[in-house]
Design a protein around this ligand. Structure first.
Ligand code: MRU
Length: 349
């Protein structure tokens, strides 16, 4: 069996503060930042030093742990109010990925139920989230890779690897596992404008693992599909609603439309923490719009004629009908729909 190195980690908790590998500087520099309180954690999440749905959930959890440590001297109402305020601050850092709100909700529940001031209980819960995400990725890797025949060529979008999770990755975890099982002929990674998560991060992770990758511009995907060079589109998710609609990096919807046109199958790989049964359909997902300068400027310099503005939605929603397989650690669903998701989430872990 071939090995994947997968040594990359996005975050490190040293028992006091959170260390964050600054993903904005990759791949040219491996620079670690520190977040010493909740406000700094919200900033590194909002400013994209750490990104990817599960990774921002983990960062947010440790942000809340640091706040809880500061709140530990308060009486019970003060403790609960302080925790609630911090949850609101951290959750507002990025709105689309439900993993952030879900992780914070889990820790807040523990804070409300437990002994006021017991911040160590929250630290333990954050550690458990980390371990669960890693284990989920290993399981999803196995479940997803089983769909791929030897010689498969995969197109992936954005970055769903160790940098976006506790380790291994979701869609990239399937790709890594398929590589180890010698099922994979190669990967096409889209650049993923404007942050270039594919160009800077996915290619970097795959190169480190020795997995062959072709970087393509986002708009070349249908070209390679038409030439018969893609067998599967495999992506992650930021939020999956009760009917199976999937929010993911902007451009995912177009990839799924093009894949269906060319008879190419689409796999979405996401932990159960990304499933939001409380939201009925994709139209209700809050979509983050970021500043126009992310499009107008490249490497800090103006890239186009001065324009009044640009529109920068950073996620879109792919309707469930365009998804062939949803892979979670709880199991897989072919042609996901409301009944399938309810059965999956209602079933045993
Ligand atoms: O804006 P980003 O880089 O946080 O967007 C990330 C994605 O869209 C990923 O595909 C998604 O979070 C899944 S990561 C396992």
């Amino acid at each position: 069996m071939m090995m994947a190195n997968d040594q990359v980690r996005a975050l490190r908790w040293d028992g006091e503060i959170l260390h964050v590998l600054d993903q904005r500087r990759l791949p040219t520099e491996e620079h670690w930042l520190v977040a010493t309180d909740a406000a700094e954690t919200a900033r590194v999440i909002h400013d994209m030093a750490v990104r990817g749905a599960p990774a921002i959930g983990l960062a947010g959890a440790y942000g809340l742990v640091m706040a809880a440590r500061e709140l530990a001297g308060r009486d019970a109402p003060g403790w609960i109010a302080g925790i609630a305020e911090t949850v609101a601050l951290l959750a507002a850092a990025r709105p689309t990925a439900v993993n952030l709100a879900a992780a914070l909700g889990r820790l807040e529940h523990i804070a409300r139920q437990g002994i006021p001031g017991d911040w160590r209980a929250l630290e333990q819960a954050a550690g458990a989230l980390w371990a669960e995400d890693l284990a989920a990725n290993v399981r999803m890797g196995e479940l997803g890779a089983a769909f791929l025949k030897p010689g498969t060529r995969v197109l992936t979008h954005c970055n769903t690897g160790s940098l976006a999770t506790a380790g291994l990755g979701t869609a990239l975890g399937v790709i890594r596992t398929a590589w180890m099982q010698q099922r994979l002929a190669g990967v096409y990674a889209t650049e993923s404008r404007p942050w270039l998560q594919g160009g800077r991060l996915t290619s970097w992770e795959l190169n480190r693992d020795g997995i062959p990758v072709n970087l393509i511009v986002d708009s070349a995907a249908a070209f390679f599909m038409a030439r018969g060079e893609i067998d599967w589109v495999i992506v992650g998710a930021d939020r999956i609603t009760a009917n199976g609609d999937v929010a993911n990096k902007i451009g995912t919807y177009a990839l799924a439309v093009a894949a269906r046109h060319h008879g190419i199958r689409v796999m979405v790989v996401a932990p159960a923490a990304t499933i939001d049964l409380g939201m009925t359909r994709g139209e209700d997902i809050p979509i983050e719009f970021r500043g126009p300068e992310e499009i107008l400027r490249v490497s800090g310099r103006s890239a186009v004629e001065p324009l009044l503005t640009a529109l920068n939605p950073v996620f879109d929603v792919t309707p469930a009908g365009l998804i062939d397989v949803l892979v979670t650690e709880k199991g897989i669903i072919e042609r996901p729909d409301a009944a399938g998701l309810a059965a999956l989430m209602g079933g045993p872990c």
